[in-house]
Design a protein around this ligand. Structure first.
Ligand code: NAD
Length: 569
């Protein structure tokens, strides 16, 4: 097992102990420096003759790679180029990614990663991470022993059933944990040797994949029921015993399963679900930033959320918890945030099949008082008319449902309606920002899930903030690791939301933008991590640490990709 050991010499210089020589060293992405191996290292590590003569710097290598990627027009080709670099030299990959974050984030993650997942079995080059299949039942701990590095601290795991908005992608879903962990390393500085992407490849119910003779996944129908639960349970317990310090992020599980697994395991090992909790925090941050513009406190807002899946219910939970902490209770709290699903208002006087939705159903008495009794229309337009929301959120995946008459009706009662069509990809957005601004005479405060270009309206340029989860999960993860958190709590996401909303500058707000610029991601991540460390400590789920030591502890934990001097192991 490779322990990837960084040591400090007597002068405090970090050095790396390297157990490989010759071509094995050049083929190992965590140790390879390519043409940047010094002349001395080429002698010590038996590389003489295996490299062209010139010794390059990382800056040279980065420029060469970047120039090459720019020659590719198709984003998927750029993705393949970046993945190939990650497979040959991870240090250089992260240098390039950090230096061109704004440009490459949409390549290593959404939207391009979605295509990469769909094309996975056709563009596959080299395996990354761990694959756990039904065949491994009873010996998952042995599979975990095969992980390439010993000191894993951060695991992102998916069962591939709800990949972005693309449904069941079978083995191709591995692109998501790989992409998310790349963001963790680039933005939060978590060392790549401490990360592990995992696919629970339990089969696929996507017939196109199963019929594709190049399909690389487990070619069977999805494992479900008790057998599925047993496999997940074995996996979780094996993680806990193999890497007791690891944080586990559940990713892109289908909504019912996602809620169930989160509830079952969140106190067994530190774990969270980004689709539910990260989305909630990033959305709440946008609402809090909007409050900074309007000057009206969150406790005076009324939110209507369309789509009661993982994202919508997650947002409702965090918003309600936050409002409750700010003093709202009873009917006032119920009225402040209502959900609308595909059958209309979510109310407790109708049948609700999904258990995770029930705690968020509007009480019948409140619905009746609002004029939304079970004998009245309860579609989105009726709910907006009755509730008079100040905030409208879309997590339904239904393009165009925030239409002109609905939005004009909402905007007729308030000066600055906050409208957040969060569904991805762009084609699924509940509304187009330019339309929202047109229908509201430029008054709407708009944030979206997908990136949109700035909108010109009445001589003003309005920037459209993107509620990108990358603003939240890296800081939460880093904070938990620095805090040695034993549990990931809702309060951490509330703290992250508060911190993110404060990172929006007055200039951003003046330009109508509810989120900071993506170029500030590393800075924002650091302050979120610090807030999470404090929150963990105060709740007794993190180590004791003085306030004045938190900043240094977080900075120290963040890896910067650069070539260290090597010593033979
Ligand atoms: P999900 O499948 O869990 O939930 C979607 C819900 O919408 C389902 O419950 C579905 O029944 C409901 N729905 C379908 N048609 C509807 C209709 N006509 N009216 C009302 N509800 C309807 O998916 P999710 O994970 O909750 O994601 C939902 C959307 O939000 C996706 O498009 C996703 O890309 C997006 N999202 C955005 C962000 C972000 O911007 N940061 C984060 C997470 C998810």
């Amino acid at each position: 097992m490779d322990t990837y050991t960084i040591i400090r010499d007597t002068s405090g210089q970090a050095r790396l102990r390297v157990p490989y020589r010759g071509s094995a060293l050049l083929r190992h992405p965590m140790y390879n420096k390519g043409t940047a191996f010094t002349r001395d290292e080429r002698v010590t590590f038996c590389l003489a003759g295996l490299l062209p003569d010139a010794v390059m710097t990382m800056e040279h290598q980065s420029r060469r790679f970047y120039d090459n990627v720019l020659r590719k027009d198709d984003p998927l080709e750029k993705y393949i180029g970046l993945a190939a670099l990650q497979d040959r030299n991870e240090t250089l990959f992260y240098r390039v990614l950090i230096d061109h974050l704004e440009e490459f984030l949409p390549i290593v993650y959404t939207p391009t990663v979605g295509r990469a997942c769909q094309e996975f079995s056709h563009i596959f080059r080299r395996a990354r991470g761990l694959w756990i299949t039904p065949e491994h039942r009873g010996r998952v701990h042995e599979v975990l022993r095969n992980a390439p590095f010993d000191d894993v601290r951060l695991i992102v795991v998916t069962d591939n059933e709800r990949i972005l908005g693309l449904g069941d992608q079978g083995a191709g879903g591995m692109g998501i944990p790989v992409g998310k962990l790349a963001i963790y390393t680039a933005v939060a500085g978590i060392h790549p040797a401490q990360t592990l992407p995992v696919s629970l490849d339990v089969g696929t119910d996507n017939p196109e994949l199963r019929q594709d003779d190049l399909y690389l996944g487990c070619r069977r129908s999805r494992l479900r029921g008790p057998e599925y639960d047993d496999l997940v349970d074995e996996f979780v317990r094996a993680v806990k015993s193999r890497w007791p310090k690891a944080l586990l992020q559940w990713e892109d599980f289908k909504k019912g399963v996602a809620f169930r697994l989160l509830a079952r395991y969140r106190t067994l090992l530190p774990s969270f679900n980004d689709d539910i909790q990260g989305t909630a925090a990033v959305t709440l941050a946008g609402m809090l930033a909007a409050c900074r513009i309007t000057g009206a406190p969150l406790s005076r807002q009324r939110a209507v959320i369309l789509g009661a899946g993982a994202a919508g219910v997650g947002i409702a939970k965090l918003l309600r918890d936050t409002l409750a902490r700010r003093g709202l209770q009873g009917e006032a709290l119920a009225e402040a945030c209502v959900l609308v699903d595909s059958r209309g208002l979510l109310a407790d006087d109708r049948e609700i099949r999904d258990e995770y939705k029930r705690p968020f159903a509007c009480p019948a008495a409140v619905a009746a008082r609002l004029g939304l009794g079970s004998d009245r229309p309860r579609d989105l337009a009726a709910v907006v008319r009755a509730v008079k929301p100040t905030i409208l959120v879309g997590t339904s995946g239904q393009p165009g449902v925030f239409d002109g008459s609905l939005v004009r009706d909402m905007a007729s009662r308030i000066e600055r309606p906050v409208i957040m069509p969060l569904s991805n990809p762009t084609s699924k957005s509940e509304a187009i920002p330019a339309d929202l601004l047109e229908w509201t005479g430029g008054r709407a405060l708009v944030a979206t899930g997908s990136p949109f270009s700035p909108v010109r309206h009445a001589g003003r340029t309005i920037r459209i903030g993107q509620g990108n989860n990358a603003f939240v999960f890296p800081g939460v993860g880093l904070g938990c690791l620095v805090a040695h958190a034993t549990e990931v709590t809702e309060a951490m996401f509330a703290a992250a939301a508060e911190c993110l909303s404060q990172a929006v500058t007055d200039g951003d707000l003046a330009a109508g933008n509810l989120y900071p610029d993506i170029t500030s991601l590393r800075r924002v991540t650091r302050s979120i991590a610090e807030a999470v460390v404090r929150t963990a400590r105060d709740a007794g789920v993190g180590r004791p640490i003085d306030d004045d030591q938190i900043n240094g502890a977080v900075a120290e934990a963040m890896w910067e990709p650069c070539y260290l001097p090597y010593d033979p192991a």
